[in-house]
Design a binder for this molecule. Structure first.
Ligand code: GCW
Length: 665
């Protein structure tokens, strides 16, 4: 089946075990749906299609259960004891009732019920309630008008701007189904390095056409905006956020948008960041810029998501500190419908980063999380890296801002500071490739992101396990093998790529090893800026003797990291410049430990290949070959990484490569 990859985790293949099937079928003889709103219809139709596939039998949709039993009732109930509007409840024995306070709740409940069947769980006798912990669960697409995707590795954009609004690619609907199935309720369709064309009448019509497709799936559309748009497409002389004409231009633009898209979500903004213009060009603050847009959107209930990804082209400064320095002083100055969106780490989606020190220090400003699903720094669509452990590591980090157990998750779900708005975004890894994500196993990153956005307490393992069962195979031995591969993949990558707190050994494309690179268009875009290798040692000193970035964290956090003797090895070189011959807690010197990690990391890709070979009989042949080919490439490239780092660093360390490892040719 060449469409194996296209169908993602919504395969709904016939359940092999006939008695299992019969058990499910007894509880799924009909679907009763009283309402007929678009979202409820979606729920019923998806459930019907799913049951048809999984059980191999047609299940009718009826308007009422009457006195029949053995069916599924979909219903909204305003008094439901869910915690919020999108939560759902599944209960019942004689009939299974899936309810929500709103249509969206019912939709999520329907997908949850399907998931029970897809993963071999009971559907009858359930009594469960589930609520999303975060309100806005979004994908951010870095897609351009010309169909290219910034940092996209799975083909070109899903949106065929030229064909829109007239031709609606059926794929838009499948995109919406996939997102709704994991609880995603918003999507920003264009790049944060935004073209102002998206705000023209011509493009707004195209965007509205997409919004129409997404609406029945409970998904709102958002746009990234180019801050100087009043100049570039509005004909004004300035884009100064305090200029009345500029304000009016944005207010009128908002009105125009809402006429076309009444439930438009709002704007995402990258400003005064990496050369993008912004309010600072007019000596105004981020708050001035965000509030101007917030005022334009407020009458329509739209929101502004303002990114905190800022740093200056300064080779002397520590980029790690920049976002905190620019944003923390603005706490309390943002309008009510503004969310500040922060990347998980202080630098930029590195394979392993400490959590961003902003989390926790802006109690009066809702902070949203930005994770990156697309593998910009994780080997593109070739290397296997299951990202749930990256997300969990950040969410579970303790900021200590209001004492122990002030986790990042509690900051962004609003529970720590009672934020009125909460948000989490994943920079999408989707594209026009038939299987959506290029690497078939990278679908797991999209899936896990959505599920964690809904409930950040789910474990990486549980999510890997359910994704594998829904997507690849339900054979227990193979489920276990693939889950294990996924769970180990991130550490394997880190070991050969950026062990012990190394970061950003790239310039340009962010793919091939370039740790030697000390020339670039910006002094802070060299590799040497980040790793600081010299004849004495390696790593970026962020203690009081160095940049003192550690001072941005609470004392309890500083204490974990500021002593090189006790700093956990995964973070060591993030915070310390460590001598090559320094003995570490493993009993090895820094140099020997680095070599050990580079070599074992590269070797472990061989282990991944062996594991994958074992699941061949249980996995779709095309998917099997696709992954096997990518793993072979990954093996070759992991050796490049190992050798590039080892040979380069050896020029500084002047130490032999420890036995049993062999010097590269
Ligand atoms: O990681 C960097 C990327 C840029 C990206 C930027 C950002 C969209 O290399 O391609 O631009 O982050 O997040 O704004």
């Amino acid at each position: 089946d060449r469409d194996d990859g296209y169908r993602l985790w919504l395969k709904y293949d016939l359940i092999k075990d006939a008695s299992q099937r019969a058990t499910y079928a007894r509880s799924a003889q009909f679907i009763a749906l009283s309402g007929n709103t678009p979202v409820l219809k979606t729920a019923a139709e998806e459930l019907q299609a799913g049951l048809q596939g999984l059980l191999g039998k047609a299940v009718p949709i009826v308007t009422s259960a009457g006195n029949k039993t053995g069916g599924i009732i979909l219903t909204t109930r305003a008094d439901l004891p869910t915690r919020n509007d999108e939560g759902y409840q599944i209960t019942g024995k004689q009939n299974i009732t899936v309810s929500g306070r709103t249509d969206a709740g019912v939709l999520y409940g329907a997908f949850a019920l399907l998931r029970q069947l897809q993963t071999g769980q009971p559907i009858s006798g359930l009594s469960l309630i589930s609520n999303p912990k975060i309100q806005l669960r979004m994908l951010n697409h870095w897609d351009n008008t010309d169909g290219s995707i910034e940092r996209g590795y799975a083909g070109s954009s899903l949106w065929n701007w030229y064909e829109l609004p007239e031709r609606i690619d059926p794929r838009y609907r499948d995109y919406a189904r996939a997102n709704a199935s994991i609880g995603i309720n918003g999507t920003v369709v264009n790049n944060v390095n935004a073209s102002s064309r998206f705000l023209t009448a011509e493009y707004l019509e195209k965007v509205a056409a997409l919004a129409n497709v997404f609406r029945p799936y409970g998904i709102k559309i958002y746009l990234s905006v180019y801050f100087p748009a009043p100049k570039t497409i509005g004909g004004l002389k300035t884009a100064d956020p305090l200029d009345p004409e500029v304000n009016k231009w944005w207010a009128d633009k908002a009105t125009e948008i809402y006429k076309l898209i009444p439930d438009f979500g709002g704007f995402l903004v990258k400003a005064n960041s990496e050369g993008q213009p912004g309010p600072q060009d007019y000596n105004r603050t981020h708050a001035d810029g965000a509030n101007m847009l917030a005022k334009a959107l407020a009458p329509h209930k739209g929101i502004v998501i303002w990114r905190a990804f800022v740093y200056k082209a300064d080779g002397k400064a520590d980029r790690f500190k920049a976002a905190y320095e620019e944003f923390q002083p603005l706490d309390g100055q943002f309008d009510k419908n503004v969310i500040v969106q922060v990347k998980n780490g202080p630098i930029d989606f590195q394979p392993r980063e400490p959590f961003s020190p902003i989390f926790g220090v802006m109690p009066k400003t809702p902070l949203g999380m930005e994770f990156q699903l697309t593998q910009e720094y994780l080997g593109f669509a070739t290397h296997l890296v299951y990202e749930a452990p990256i997300f969990k590591e950040c969410l579970d980090s303790d900021t200590y801002v209001t004492g122990k157990n002030s986790t990042v998750a509690k900051v962004i779900d609003g529970s720590l500071h009672a934020y009125p708005l909460t948000a989490i975004a994943g920079v999408a890894n989707t594209g026009s490739d038939r299987n959506w994500t290029g690497h078939p196993l990278a679908q797991a990153n999209w899936y896990a992101f959505g599920r964690l956005a809904w409930d950040h307490s789910l474990s990486s393992e549980a999510l890997a396990n359910e994704w594998v069962k829904m997507t690849l195979t339900t054979e227990p031995a193979s489920v276990k093998t693939i889950t294990d591969m996924l769970l180990k993949s991130r550490d394997i990558y880190v070991n050969y790529n950026t062990p012990m707190g190394l970061s950003r050994p790239w310039t340009g494309a962010h793919f091939a090893p370039e740790p030697w690179q000390n020339r670039s268009s910006r002094p802070d875009w060299t590799a040497i800026y980040y790793h600081r290798a010299d004849s004495l040692g390696l790593g970026f000193d962020r203690t009081a003797k160095g940049s003192n970035a550690l001072a941005q964290y609470r004392p309890e956090v500083q204490q974990q990291w500021n002593n090189p003797e006790t700093c956990p090895l995964p973070y060591l070189l993030w915070f310390h410049h460590v001598p090559w011959t320094k003995k570490l807690s493993t009993g090895r010197t820094l140099w020997d430990e680095l070599c050990t990690r580079f070599y074992t990391g590269a070797d472990s890709v061989g282990w991944l290949q062996k594991q994958w070979a074992q699941v061949k009989k249980d996995v779709n042949p095309e998917t099997f070959d696709n992954v096997a080919g990518r793993l072979a490439t990954q093996q070759k490239e992991a050796i490049w990484w190992r050798d590039a780092w080892v040979l380069y660093l050896q020029e500084f360390s002047r130490q032999p490569i420890p036995a049993p490892f062999k010097k590269p040719e």
